[in-house]
Design a protein around this ligand. Structure first.
Ligand code: URA
Length: 225
């Protein structure tokens, strides 16, 4: 198109109130009437990790985090566990649930005949809050979209939310974990089951019975029952 025509064209759209144009493939495809999904490459875990980069989106990057704890396990897992946030051990090793609570989680996974390599494990937020305090709303807000992308990429059949914080945060509720657990929720094409956090089980071993009930139900769902 000649430059003068292009200028007139853009001026016309400017008068209509259009204040910019996008040149990305998806937008051009949309303008041509194609579905964006026809050209947008599918998301992948490495792409999500790359987008996180050396994240400084929230204040946790400056509050002593050593590294981002992205998530670990099978990128095609049918079962995904979501905890709260990395603790000191996870911050050191760069992997979720590797401390004492993590060792208990590994046993819980083993109790239904699976290994850590079969499942995917992540947290609501990816950086350690100082002193293991709860994540704050602005931190969750910045970080959660990356967890959502992980979930949508992995497409697990079942998500187990570990503990009050993860369950309340994912389900956008303030109901206590005692009421949330034992129920199944539809969540981003998966079934979400809240259960007690393994760190709580270390303090209250009698609650292991309920977690075992929850895990048996997870096994049933995965077996298609
Ligand atoms: N607690 C969590 O919620 N996540 C971890 O990764 C470790 C402990």
């Amino acid at each position: 198109m000649p430059a003068d025509d292009l200028r007139a064209h853009l001026e016309f759209f400017g008068e209509l109130g259009v204040d910019g144009v996008r040149r990305e493939r998806e937008w051009r495809a949309r303008a041509n009437g194609e579905a964006a999904s026809a050209v947008a490459p599918p998301d992948t875990l490495p792409a999500i990790r790359a987008d996180l980069g050396d994240c400084v989106r929230c204040k946790l990057h400056g509050l002593g985090r050593r590294q981002i704890v992205f998530g670990v396990g099978n990128p095609h897992a049918e079962l995904m566990f979501v905890g709260e946030a990395p603790g000191a051990d996870e911050d050191l090793q760069g992997e979720p649930f590797v401390g004492r609570a993590g060792q208990l989680l590994t046993k819980i996974i083993g109790a239904i005949g699976l290994t850590r390599e079969d499942v995917y494990i992540a947290n609501v937020i990816k950086c350690r809050p100082p002193g293991n305090r709860n994540p704050e709303p602005d931190e969750v807000e910045q970080c959660e979209p990356f967890l959502f992308r992980q979930i949508d990429t992995i497409k697990p059949r079942v998500i187990v939310a570990l503990g009050k914080f993860a369950a309340q945060s994912l389900l956008r509720t303030t109901e206590p974990i005692t009421r949330l657990r034992g129920r199944e929720y539809t969540y981003r094409d998966a079934i979400l089951m809240p259960t007690y956090h393994p760190a709580y089980l270390l303090r209250a071993p009698s609650a292991k019975r309920e977690v075992w009930e929850d895990m048996k139900r997870v096994r049933e769902i995965l077996q298609g029952e």
